[in-house]
Design a protein around this ligand. Structure first.
Ligand code: HEM
Length: 195
């Protein structure tokens, strides 16, 4: 069972994606304007994925269901709030992809496709105000980047958990002993090596 501090993870995601308080405030106000366009973004996203042969086994027989969950996710991405609850949700979404064994490169690729289709919509909506258009492109890219960082964290945690299982299996150390050692070791300075 993973013990994750989602407030910490949320801060980490914001720091690494560059999602600022100014971006968040802008999206809270402007995000709802994008909602009527998100069905089209979702359809284009799955159209792009269908051009990649390796994606086919993950899409077969579940395209309609995926489109529904995906559109609901996109609404959250453009409207926020970008809080610990959202970070927990994104971590769970990442876990779902880990469980279906979706290769990790699809995460970055998927976010790239989404940005690719969101940006022309922004260009249309804010054609008369280039300063706001620039701020919106920055904010939307940071929000999708925030999701990517957190979903990648799910892959990373699962990899570490797998490595630990492997280590315990080959060393014969029980999980309880390992946990006790890890707890005792926390805060202990490594002993300096002598020549
Ligand atoms: C990178 C952006 C992506 C986002 C944000 C995303 C979002 C989601 C969400 C919200 C769910 C539902 C999670 C839940 O049940 O709680 C989901 C499930 C899933 N997604 Fe994605 N997805 C992405 C990329 C992809 C790609 C590229 C593929 C396939 C090539 C894919 C295949 C799947 C599959 C197979 C499931 C599980 C469906 C099931 O439970 O039957 N996803 N995704």
């Amino acid at each position: 069972m993973q013990n994750i501090d989602f407030s910490e993870l949320c801060l980490h995601g914001k720091a690494y994606s560059g999602l600022t308080a100014e971006d968040e405030a802008l999206l809270l106000v402007e995000g709802p304007r994008l909602i009527p366009h998100l069905q089209a973004v979702t359809d284009q996203f799955y159209h792009d994925l269908q051009q990649i042969p390796a994606a086919a086994p993950f899409l077969e027989g579940r395209l309609d269901a995926l489109k529904t969950t995906h559109k609901a996710w996109l609404e959250k991405v453009v409207t926020g709030p970008y809080d610990a609850e959202f970070a927990a949700h994104m971590h769970k979404v990442g876990d779902v992809h880990v469980k279906v064994k979706l290769p990790v490169e699809f995460m970055a690729s998927g976010i790239g496709f989404i940005n690719r289709h969101l940006i022309p919509i922004l260009a249309e909506l804010y054609a008369g105000d280039t300063a706001k258009l620039a701020r919106m492109i920055r904010a939307v890219s940071a929000a999708t980047g925030f999701c990517l960082i957190i979903m990648q964290e799910s892959y990373q945690s699962s990899l570490l958990a797998e490595e630990l299982d492997h280590f315990l299996a080959i060393s014969g150390i029980s999980r309880t002993l390992f946990n006790n050692l890890a707890a005792a070791y926390k805060g202990v300075r490594p002993v300096a090596k002598t020549a």
